[in-house]
Ligand binder design. Structure first.
Ligand SMILES: Nc1nc2c(ncn2[C@@H]2O[C@H](COP(=O)(O)OP(=O)(O)OP(=O)(O)O)[C@@H](O)[C@H]2O)c(=O)[nH]1
Length: 530
């Protein structure tokens, strides 16, 4: 019952509807964010990660180029040519010593003869000791696999170009191989020079500074490829991975970049900001709409409903609140139309009441109104006399009807009523048609004697009217007979007084008509001759 009442309120239903709309709007925003905006943000993030990895890869390429230029500088140097041709024995002492490799940031320098055998090896062994040997005999035997690999590689090589590689050994590195030529001469290589540079932590730190990317490099095999190229490890950071082919065959350098998710965070923050503001604005709008609804519609409607309740409860019709009538909107129109309807209804009910209390032919009071007024007159407190009454009957009216017709009879009734009303209205007496051709007059506060005088006046007025009555045995014009009675100790009720007046009327008829007869208590009624 309570919930029915609650939901029957326009305000609550409107509130519920608006809340529904609000929830739908917020749900739509969330769905748009989930299926439209988030994928775009994540895709943008992947592009960013790829671009950063490309940049890191280009930085590595730059390092390889640097090594390429270094190896070419040495390989195209005439002293190096002379050295591999066996013509410059002091080359080792002047150029290949520990400081040279350290300055050039190299692990190893390997000179090969044209027959691909090791000509000279200079570098740091597994213990980090600098060694320099004319071949791969101990203590330079650790270089034998490199010499073998380069030999195989150069045999298959179809050009004289410089080659560079990344090395995915236990410790990362990069290598470059260049043919040794005499400068400005196009001749087959006199030998080959290979350089190996370690990619150690200081080098990596430098690369991080140069690129501004938090990079980690590690050796990997093809099978160790990271399952996910991009791993979002926290709301603020992600790990981007990439494998770059390296030596030995089947191995790779694994680049791992720790990247900030600034763009994603910023976009997300912006979207959240927009979402919160949108929600806030929607809620404020909802409250505003409710407030406007309350002020503009619900309050006037309640006032209107309260007014209609008062209409039922109060006898006198209360006035419609002026603020409702004065409104220029639909509620104002409704209030004004309602007011007009009420007035119209009131007029109609007044007309109906009028009809129920008056005689439709003559317009004078009917018996109902006459009886009501009679009761009131007798009950009114005050000194005697309380009231007197006349009973008036047209003489030989049947003959009138027979002679002039029923319609003329009606006109005669109207004419007589108007005449008598004119005569009586000044005194505040009530004329009523109480029968077909019978009238009664109520004379409040009038004694029997005064009533007789007024009755006499009526006879004279009707006589003056001189309505022709050709068949009347009494007179050649229409006449009436009047019985008069007044309130008395023994005539206390309207019916007793009217019965007495009727008896007096009967007497008047019996005495020859066209006369007034009073009813005297305890006396035989005596006619008053004209
Ligand atoms: N035209 C018309 N005649 C009416 C109306 N009401 C009653 N009458 C007539 O009034 C006549 C009354 O006749 P009666 O009661 O015989 O009395 P009367 O002819 O007036 O004779 P007395 O009263 O004895 O003088 C009847 O003929 C009714 O038809 C009415 O509203 N219009």
């Amino acid at each position: 019952m309570t919930s029915t009442l609650t939901l029957s309120s326009l305000r609550n239903r409107f509130l519920l509807s608006l809340c529904g709309v609000l929830c739908l709007a917020l749900l739509s925003l969330v769905l748009i964010a989930r299926y439209q905006i988030m994928p775009i943000l994540l895709e943008d993030e992947e592009h960013f990660a790829n671009a950063e990895l490309d940049r890191a890869e280009r930085a590595l390429g730059g390092e390889l180029n640097h090594l390429r230029r270094l190896v070419e500088d040495w390989a195209y140097w005439d002293d190096s040519y002379d050295f591999v041709m066996g013509e410059r024995p002091q080359y080792v002492d002047s150029n290949l010593y520990e400081d040279t490799l350290e300055t050039l940031d190299l692990d190893m320098m390997l000179f090969l003869d044209a027959d691909l055998s090791a000509h000279w090896v200079a570098g740091f062994d597994e213990e980090g000791e600098y060694v320099s040997c004319p071949g791969v005999e101990p203590p330079c035997d650790w270089a034998a696999p490199a010499v073998a690999f380069l030999g195989r590689y150069i045999e298959r090589k179809s050009d004289d170009a410089t080659d560079t590689w990344l090395l995915a050994r236990a410790e990362l590195g990069m290598a470059a191989l260049s043919p040794i030529h005499q400068s400005r001469e196009k001749s087959p290589p006199a030998g080959w020079l290979a350089m190996v540079r370690p990619l150690d932590e200081p080098w990596l730190e430098q690369l991080r500074d140069t690129t501004g990317i938090q990079l980690e490099l590690s050796p990997a095999t093809g099978q160790e490829a990271p399952s996910q190229q991009l791993a979002r490890i926290s709301p603020t950071h992600m790990l981007a991975n990439r494998l770059i082919p390296a030596l030995p065959a089947g191995h790779a350098v694994h680049i791992e970049a720790l990247l900030p998710r600034q763009r994603y965070q910023a976009s997300l923050e912006t979207f959240r900001f927009a979402l919160y503001w949108t929600s806030g604005v929607l809620i404020v709008t909802l409250l505003l709409v409710l407030w406007l609804l309350e002020c503009m519609v619900l309050q006037p409607l309640r006032q209107f409903a309260h007014y209609t309740q008062r209409l039922h409860q109060e006898i006198a019709r209360p006035a419609l609140p002026t603020n409702l009538v004065a409104r220029r909107d639909e509620i104002g129109t409704l209030a004004r139309e309602f007011n007009n309807l009420l007035k119209h209804q009131q007029q109609q009910s007044e007309q109906l009441i009028e009809l129920t209390l008056h005689d439709p032919l003559t317009g004078v009071a009917n018996r109902r109104l006459y009886d009501q007024r009679f009761e009131q007159a007798l009950n009114r407190p005050g000194p005697q006399p309380r009231a007197a009454a006349m009973m008036i009957d047209i003489d030989h009216f049947k003959l009138y009807n027979d002679h002039y017709g029923h319609q003329a009879g009606d006109a005669c009734l109207v004419a007589l009523a108007q005449c008598m009303r004119r005569r009586l209205s000044d005194h505040g007496f009530l004329l009523a048609r109480t029968g077909g051709e019978e009238f009664s007059v109520l004379l409040p506060g009038t004694s029997l004697d005064d009533a007789l005088l007024h009755a006499q006046g009526l006879l004279e007025a009707i006589d003056d009217l001189a309505l022709p009555h050709a068949l009347s045995p009494t007179d050649d014009s229409v006449t009436v007979s009047i019985g008069v009675a007044a309130h008395h100790a023994e005539l206390t009720t309207p019916s007793e007084i009217m019965r007495a007046a009727d008896q007096a009327l009967y007497q008047a008829k019996a005495s020859g008509r066209n006369r007034v007869q009073a009813y005297h208590v305890h006396d035989q009624p005596s006619p008053i001759d004209r």
